[in-house]
Design a binder for this molecule. Structure first.
Ligand code: NAD
Ligand code: LMR
Length: 327
C-alpha cells in the first residue's frame, strides 16, 4: 500500500537554495523513493510570484512523489501539520548592516516562525534551520516553541561536515564515503572546529594517514571554516546546490538513520562536553528511527578544548545579542 504523504514545509521558497532543494525533495532524495510529499512553501509577499514560477517548474517535472503544493506568505498556513520544516528563508546581510542588526532582523523572523511551528505543526515536527546565523536562529525558534520537544530543533552543520570529508578524501586519495567518525564542533561560522582526531578510513586513523599536523591545523581547519566565504568570493553568491544537498543529507539521516555512522548536526546541548544546556552546537551524532544521539565520552585535548570554547564564546555572544527578543 502506498505511504501517506508527509508534509514538508520549506521557507525562502523563491531563493537560490530552494531552487535546488525543492526539486530534490520532490524527487524522493530526502525522505525516500517510496515516500510521497506535500510541499508547503513560505516566502514573503513580494516573492510569491517567483514562488509560483518555481511551482510551475515543479509541476513540469511530473514527479511521481509530489502529492501536493501549498504556497503562502503566512507561517501559520505553511507550517500547518508539517512533519518536517526546513527554514531556509532569512534576511541577508545588506550593505552597512552590522552583525547585531542581522541578528536582530533574523531574530524577529525566527520568533514568529517558532511560534507558528509551536501552534500549528505536527507535535513530532523535525525542524532544520539553514538560514544564517543558523545556530542562533534555530535556538530562537526552539525557545519560541515551548510546547514542542526542544530536540526537534536543529541547525545545519552538515555542509561543513561534507566539506571537511571532501577535503580529507582529496588529501588522502581515498573515497569520501569511506570516512567515519569525523566531527565538526560548534557554530556554522568560521569559528567552527572540524576535528579529524577520531576519523578513520577503512579502520585506519586519518590523522595517522595524513601525518602532518601543520596541514591539519593551518590548512584543513581554516579551509573548511572559510569555505562559505570562498564560494561567495568566487560565485558572487553564497553556496546553494551544496547547501541544499546538505539539508537533504541532514533530514534524510535524521529520519531514515545513519546506520551507525557519525554525522554532524547542530543540536541543543544537554550539557555535553562542557557546552551549556540548550546551546545549539555542532556535535557528532548517530541517528536511528527518527532520533539522534550525541556521541559521548570522547577525549578532548587542550587544542580541541580551546577551539570548542572559542566557537562556544561566539554562540554565547550571539545568544546575548538576541536575549531581549525572547522575553
Ligand atoms: P536567497 O536570498 O536566494 O533566498 C532567501 C529567500 O528567503 C528569499 O526568497 C526571501 O524572500 C526569503 N525570505 C526572507 N525573509 C523571509 C521570511 N521571513 N519568511 C520566509 N521567507 C523569507 O538566499 P539563499 O542563498 O537561498 O540562502 C538562504 C539562507 O541560507 C541565507 O541566510 C544563507 O546565508 C544561508 N545559508 C546557510 C548555509 C548553512 O550551511 N547553514 C549554507 C548556505 C547558505
Ligand atoms: C556557507 O557556508 O556557504 C554559507 O553559510 C555562507 C553564507 O554566509 O551564506
Amino acid at each position: 500500500m502506498a505511504k501517506a504523504p508527509m508534509r514538508v514545509a520549506v521557507t525562502g521558497a523563491a531563493g537560490q537554495i530552494c531552487y535546488s532543494l525543492l526539486f530534490r525533495i520532490a524527487n524522493g532524495d530526502m525522505l525516500g523513493k517510496d515516500q510521497p510529499v506535500i510541499l508547503q512553501l513560505l516566502d514573503i509577499t513580494p516573492a510569491l510570484p517567483a514562488v509560483n514560477g518555481v511551482v510551475m517548474e515543479l509541476e513540469d517535472c511530473a514527479f511521481p512523489l509530489l502529492a501536493g503544493v501549498v504556497i503562502s506568505d503566512d507561517p501559520n498556513v505553511a507550517f500547518k501539520d508539517a512533519d518536517v520544516a526546513v527554514l531556509v528563508g532569512a534576511r541577508p546581510r545588506s550593505k552597512g548592516m552590522e552583525r547585531k542588526d542581522l541578528l536582530e532582523a533574523n531574530g524577529a523572523i525566527f520568533t514568529v516562525q517558532g511560534k507558528a511551528l509551536n501552534d500549528h505543526a505536527s507535535r513530532n515536527v523535525k525542524v532544520l534551520v539553514v538560514g544564517n546565523p543558523a545556530n542562533t536562529n534555530a535556538y530562537i525558534a526552539m525557545k519560541s516553541a515551548p510546547d514542542l520537544p526542544r530536540e526537534n530543533f536543529t541547525a545545519m552543520l552538515r555542509l561543513d561536515y561534507n566539506r571537511a570529508a571532501s577535503q580529507i578524501a582529496a588529501k588522502t586519495g581515498k573515497a569520501v564515503d569511506g570516512i567515519e567518525k569525523l566531527t565538526v564542533w560548534g557554530n556554522h561560522s568560521p569559528t567552527m572546529y572540524p576535528d579529524t582526531r577520531f576519523a578513520t578510513i577503512g579502520g585506519e586513523s586519518v590523522d595517522g594517514m595524513i601525518n602532518d599536523q601543520a596541514w591539519t591545523r593551518d590548512t584543513f581547519i581554516p579551509t573548511v571554516g572559510k569555505r562559505g566565504a570562498a564560494i561567495i568570493e568566487a560565485r558572487g553568491l553564497s553556496s546553494a546546490a551544496s547547501a541544499a544537498n546538505a539539508a537533504i543529507d541532514h533530514i534524510h539521516d535524521w529520519i531514515l538513520g545513519s546506520n551507525g555512522k557519525w554525522v554532524t548536526m547542530g543540536v541543543p546541548s544537554n550539557g555535553d562536553y562542557g557546552i551549556p544546556a540548550d546551546t545549539m552546537y555542532g556535535f557528532p551524532v548517530t541517528t536511528e528511527n527518527g532520533t539522534y544521539t550525541i556521541v559521548e565520552g570522547l577525549e578532548i585535548d587542550e587544542f580541541s578544548r580551546s577551539k570548542m570554547d572559542a566557537t562556544l564564546a561566539e554562540l554565547e555572544e550571539e545568544k546575548a545579542g538576541i536575549a531581549h527578543l525572547l522575553g
